[in-house]
Design a protein around this ligand. Structure first.
Ligand code: ATR
Length: 277
């Protein structure tokens, strides 16, 4: 009987071998003694829809979606949450019993939850947030920051037109700065977020002058390999409150796990250790 099948979930992307999601979800399954498996799947774009339609028949209750399919999957899903529509991408799918595919985006939730868990007090920090980068990750970060009550976003991107286009989507609440003048944002920013791939192992570091920042400012990076990027190291040495990007990855995984396996898992030091293994 299908109700007795072991529930399966997984992550679909291409390439997928380096994804840390299987380590996180399988750690939670093990520590909570739950039946279930979480499997990485390398699927190319042309096969995506067929694979997604067949997975429920194989016992899958849902999947995470990662690069390069996060946008395309919105065209395939039958139901899309408002936040996934706003961000223009989904990272979490639920396969409903009626056969419909439900798409959500938990990246913004994970981003905010990571800051909150690190002790960032939003009420006391109602100043602007400076966001570096204007890709898909930036859109999720901006949407969630505005949703969390940040009054204004200062945005800078190497390719200015991308920043202008993103700012237009969010209206007056986003002010664009030239990439060469990104350091000027620091005079106003209470929070700084790197959403570019700069700083990641193998990439050049993000070099933006932080001198204008106040000591209590929060600096965070969505890059988590290495855990402490050059940006975070500089900010820490200046006395800023730094938050690494691993927590965002862990927290974005929570809503999917809960929907698929029926238990809301904790993000704790053991989860961090499992993700890094
Ligand atoms: P994602 O969806 O992960 O955000 P993306 O859409 O490819 O990925 O965006 C990557 C971001 O990193 C962009 O803001 C990109 O800047 P451009 O729009 O100018 O390409 C930024 N980025 C990547 N490499 C960069 C570099 N060497 N210098 C500055 N910014 C860089």
């Amino acid at each position: 009987m299908s109700s007795e099948r072991i529930p399966l979930a997984g992550v679909i992307g291409s390439p997928i071998a380096h994804s840390r999601s299987p380590k996180i979800h399988n750690h939670w399954l093990r520590t909570h003694g739950l039946k279930g498996h979480y499997i990485p799947m390398d699927v190319v774009a042309d096969d995506l829809e067929q694979v997604l339609r067949n997975l429920p028949k194989a016992g899958f209750v849902g999947v995470n979606i990662t690069i390069p399919h996060k946008e395309k999957v919105l065209e395939i899903a039958d139901l899309v949450t408002d936040r996934a529509t706003l961000i223009g991408a989904a990272n979490t799918l639920i396969f409903r019993k009626d056969g419909k595919i439900h798409a959500d985006n938990t990246d913004g939730y994970g981003f905010i939850k990571n800051l909150q868990s690190a002790g960032v007090d939003w009420d006391a920090r109602r100043g602007p947030a400076a966001v570096l980068g204007a890709g898909g990750a930036s859109r999720a970060v901006i949407a969630s920051l505005l949703d969390a009550g940040v009054p204004e976003i200062l945005l800078s991107n190497r390719t200015r037109v991308r920043a202008d286009a993103l700012a237009q989507e969010f209206g007056k609440r986003v002010r664009v700065f030239d990439w060469v003048q990104a350091g000027n944002m620091m005079d106003y920013a209470a929070t700084v977020v790197n959403t570019t791939s700069l700083g990641m192992i193998g990439n050049a570091p993000l070099r933006v002058p932080l001198d204008g920042l106040q000591k209590g400012a929060v600096v965070t990076d969505i890059v988590y390999a290495p855990l402490e990027t050059k940006l975070l190291e500089t900010a820490r040495e200046m006395g800023c409150h730094t938050v690494d990007g691993l927590g965002m990855l862990l927290h974005q995984a929570v809503p999917g796990f809960e929907r698929w396996f029926g238990l809301r898992p904790e993000v704790d030091s053991a989860t961090r250790a499992a993700a890094l293994r």
